[in-house]
Design a protein around this ligand. Structure first.
Ligand code: ATP
Ligand code: MG
Length: 412
């Protein structure tokens, strides 16, 4: 086992003043959850403003790296060799062996960077730097010193309980640890945009729940599976997601029957947001998230977004608002949702789209037309909420927490 420990670097959470410990605790919690899924036993602990992971037994290096590299709040991951607190000459031999092993080929410039946390250790950091640097120079002529812009910063940490060696810093995803900023409800469709939107808000420390409006039999089981797969991919970063699968068919058909067709999408969107908000309030989410982007389609013009927004009292986060499609696609590819998003299964909006949807809906007109729904809509919304199927989705798959009781939602 080349690396027995990891040093975890975090940037932004280091500057949160009095709340700093809350962020650090959230980071530690997320790391423990992620490592629990990995083979082997690990100790995660914080000391002097840094987080360490010690492997207590054999483990799968790639698996652990994969887990850590999906944890928001982490900016850098340094795989380290951990050893007992040995006398200077033994540390010297270990450092020489380590740097040769890490860089087996080619010429490299380096700088020694010793840190002595344990003030009782016989050499201080300056003496350690001099002694260890010299030893590396003598041991292998491929290495030369460059104190200003070294390729390798060979770090040696002398702590009371162990000594750590490292030279590589692998990137983390940045952001803030999930759970440090509350919870929000993501309106998750099977498209490219909404998974990216959820990921972006989660990256700011927000735990996610999700809601999907399903319209069987106009949408297939495979469309639902696609949404589950997208949630599973996001869950790699966030931990398990509660996905509310709402049967929207009846409401959609009713709107189709009663309202002008050029206003269908906007009225549908208003009902989606109303229902999403009701679930959010019941489940302690403090905001809604959508994948809307200004001007992308008729229902996402500034006026349309205003009309949609009017039904919500919670804040609605639209992190993609200023993104071009290409920019959204780049993020989708980076976070691993793109390939699933482009699978061809219908989502419920595409069935009922009008040829010429309004791009500048008038709020009063929309409200007047919604009155046509008065007879049954409250009952339908209540039924949709009651028959909510809740799935717990994690990166490995999903399981049903609460089954839908709606006969329409089953087997269609
Ligand atoms: P996406 O790629 O996210 O599907 P889109 O470009 O297809 O976005 P719309 O279909 O207009 O855009 O939807 C806008 C937003 O509304 C979506 O990003 C999503 O947040 C939400 N939304 C749309 N359809 C659904 C649905 N069936 N279930 C849940 N949320 C939805
Ligand atoms: Mg969509």
């Amino acid at each position: 086992m080349q690396y027995q420990s990891f040093l975890i670097k975090y940037a932004e959470i280091g500057i949160k003043g009095k709340n700093r410990h809350l962020f650090e605790e959230a980071l530690e919690r997320q790391m423990k959850i992620a490592l629990k899924r990995c083979e082997g036993q690990f100790k995660v602990y914080r000391t002097s403003g840094r987080v360490f992971v010690d492997a207590l037994e054999e483990y799968d290096y790639e698996e652990v790296l994969e887990a850590l590299s999906h944890i928001f709040g982490i900016t850098g991951i340094c795989p380290m060799r951990r050893m007992d607190v040995l006398p200077p000459d033994e540390v010297r031999d270990a450092v020489v062996a380590f740097i040769k092993e890490e860089y087996p080929e080619g010429k490299h410039t380096f700088k020694m960077h010793a840190r002595r946390q344990d003030k009782l250790y016989p050499l201080d950091s300056l003496e350690l730097n001099a002694m260890l640097g010299e030893a590396v120079l003598e041991a292998d002529e491929r290495f030369t010193v460059d104190v200003h812009d070294p390729e390798i910063l060979m770090t040696v940490e002398i702590r009371e309980e162990s000594i750590y060696l490292y030279s590589h810093i692998l990137p983390g995803p940045g952001g803030l640890p999930v759970g440090s900023g509350g919870k929000a409800m993501l309106c998750l469709s099977g498209g490219i945009d909404s998974p990216v939107a959820g990921w972006m808000i989660a990256k700011r420390g927000i735990k996610l729940d999700a809601v999907y409006f399903n319209a069987p039999p106009y949408t297939s089981e495979r469309a639902l599976q696609k949404v589950i797969d997208l949630a599973a991919q996001i869950a790699k970063y966030t931990g398990p997601i509660y996905l509310h699968n709402i049967n929207f068919t009846e409401i959609q058909l009713y709107i189709y029957e009663k309202c002008p067709h050029d206003e269908l999408t906007i009225i549908m969107r208003r009902f989606m947001m109303r229902i999403a908000e009701k679930i959010a309030l019941r489940t302690q989410s403090q905001a809604l998230i959508t994948g809307e982007s200004l001007g992308q389609v008729a229902s996402q013009t500034m006026v349309s977004l205003g009309v949609t927004n009017e039904v919500c009292t919670l804040p609605v986060f639209r992190p993609l608002i200023g993104f071009d499609k290409e920019e959204i696609i780049d993020v989708a590819k980076k976070i691993g949702t793109y390939e699933t998003s482009i699978l061809p299964y219908e989502d419920c909006c595409t069935i009922f789209v009008a040829k010429h949807p309004v791009t500048k809906p008038n709020l009063n007109t929309i409200k007047r037309h919604e009155l046509h729904l008065n007879e049954k809509i409250d009952e339908m919304v209540e039924k949709a909420l009651q028959t909510d199927e809740i799935l717990i989705v994690d990166q490995k798959g999903s399981r049903v927490l609460k089954a839908s009781q709606d006969p329409l939602a089953d087997g269609m």
